[in-house]
Design a protein around this ligand. Structure first.
Ligand code: CMC
Length: 436
């Protein structure tokens, strides 16, 4: 725990004695007030729906400065990692705390590639799903099912078991996402190729078939890898908190990651990239740029229920740094594919410009987030829209499992158990059914 820097004093108007509480300083970022003694000393809880002012844990993994628009993994800015590292180096960083040197990288890559295949019986799980099932439904089921196959690494008190489970998850998620896609389109599953890079192998499993190999395009593989890096971790967001909360009960890591995937599915979280592309396509079909004013008016009308998907963030009150990098990747990918005039990209840029000049968005500090451009990149690469969130889950698995491991190793960790402000009926008596 960080050192105590100063104290906070909480006083009450109802006669409860005031309470002095320690304040801790992190390396960077806001100080935190330690309220753990509050209930014992005063009989009162804090009230913070949505955790707007609550730090639920200590962490050394990821730091976000929402006002500056800064994102650091283990202290390194995302802009530097995205340019200088590949995804498995970033995974090593998130899991181990340090970027690997060449020998460490070789060893890590070797570990991951040795685990890329899934148990052959896993393929039978897919047969149980309808072909039109949403990929995230299939992912929740199949990732949860991994716990039934890898009993030899489920002792969460054993650091080696935790590492083997982490490597398995990092290695097998691309295989499961690709199997999910192949099942949907009725093609045979494609086995992993361990001579390819992490992103290259994923694209091979996605796009090759027994009749035709996937011709690796370096720019597209690099774009896929960048999508993975940008989505790898994001501090204590809803799905990461879900993984931590699930893990706090001692549940196994595969089950915890399945819980994270379920949470990520929501349109306010990982589902936003899919929702954003659907929004752009609908807008395009209904008149495109000519109708932007009408659309923005609808977004601003609170009764319309329409949001500008891919805009806004709980933490970023400035341009999401990942969105900047994604916009850059978008340019590169569309250029290499000869799609510079892609109407959806043009529409997205026009919509962004209109929004960034509109007082509604300016006054609320609403900027594009990572999901705004990632859908256009993925669509250009050939990834079908419903698979976008599954790819987010693939990448975020690295962050989830690192956060899970940090929580299990934390001596202050307890089972997560929030309390509530109860507003239901007070004590009452059950009447016999004839008298109700
Ligand atoms: N379009 C229109 N208005 C918005 C939007 C938006 N995308 N986002 C926020 N607002 C308004 C909101 O209505 C509120 O207005 P008012 O003050 O008049 O009531 C104000 O801005 C503050 O928003 P909030 O809902 O209190 O902010 P939040 O921190 O609870 O929500 C959010 C953050 C990401 C859920 C929200 O901005 C949103 O729904 N965005 C669209 C979905 C999206 O792109 N999600 C991806 C997030 S990044 C990837 C990830 O983390 O998974």
């Amino acid at each position: 725990m960080s050192t105590i820097d100063n104290k906070a004093v909480l006083s009450f108007t109802d006669g409860t004695p005031s309470l002095e509480m320690p304040v801790y300083k992190g390396t960077i970022g806001p100080d935190v007030i330690d309220i753990r003694a509050l209930y014992n000393k005063t009989g009162k809880f804090t009230y913070d729906p949505g955790f707007l002012s609550t730090a639920a844990c200590n962490s050394t993994i990821t730091y976000i400065d929402g006002d500056k628009g800064e994102l650091l993994y283990r202290g390194y800015p995302i802009e530097q990692l995205a340019v200088n590292c590949d995804f498995l180096e970033v995974a090593h960083l998130l899991w181990n705390g340090e970027l690997p040197n060449q020998a460490q990288k070789n060893e890590f890559v070797n570990h991951v590639t040795r685990h890329t295949m899934v148990h052959e019986q896993m393929s039978r799980f897919f047969q149980g799903f309808r072909r039109d099932a949403h990929p995230m439904a299939v992912m929740v089921g199949t990732v949860g099912a991994l716990s039934a196959f890898y009993h030899d690494s489920l002792d969460i008190s054993d650091a080696h078991h935790r590492e083997v489970s982490a490597i398995r998850l990092i290695a097998k998620l691309p295989t499961l996402v690709a199997m999910t896609y192949k099942y949907t389109i009725g093609q045979p599953f494609v086995y992993p190729r361990n001579d390819l890079s992490y992103a290259g192998n994923f694209m091979h499993m996605m796009f090759s078939n027994p009749c035709e190999a996937y011709k690796v395009n370096d720019v597209l593989v690099r774009a896929m890898d960048r999508i993975f890096i940008l989505h790898a971790d994001h501090e204590q967001n809803a799905s990461t908190s879900t993984v931590r909360l699930s893990g706090s009960s001692g549940a196994n890591p595969f089950a915890c990651i399945a819980a994270g995937i379920a949470c990520l599915w929501g349109p306010a979280h990982g589902g936003a990239n899919e929702a954003c592309l659907n929004m752009l396509e609908e807008l395009q079909a209904n008149g495109g740029e000519a109708k932007l004013g009408e659309f923005i008016a609808k977004v601003k009308d609170k009764n319309s229920g329409v949001k500008l998907m891919g805009f806004g963030h709980r933490v970023y009150k400035n341009y999401d740094p990942r969105a900047k990098l994604m916009r850059e990747t978008c340019h590169e990918v569309l250029e290499v594919l000869g799609l510079q005039n892609d109407p959806l990209f043009k529409l997205a840029m026009a919509l962004e410009k209109v929004a960034l000049e509109d007082d509604y968005f300016v006054s609320r500090k609403l900027y594009p987030n990572v999901d705004y451009y990632s859908g256009i990149v993925q669509r250009a690469i050939g990834i079908p829209v419903p698979l976008f969130t599954a790819i987010f889950a693939l990448a975020r698995t690295v962050g989830w499992i690192a956060q899970w491991n940090e929580m299990i190793s934390d001596t202050e960790q307890k089972i997560g158990r929030p309390r509530q402000l109860y507003k239901g009926a007070a004590l009452r008596t059950v009447l016999p059914i004839g008298k109700r």
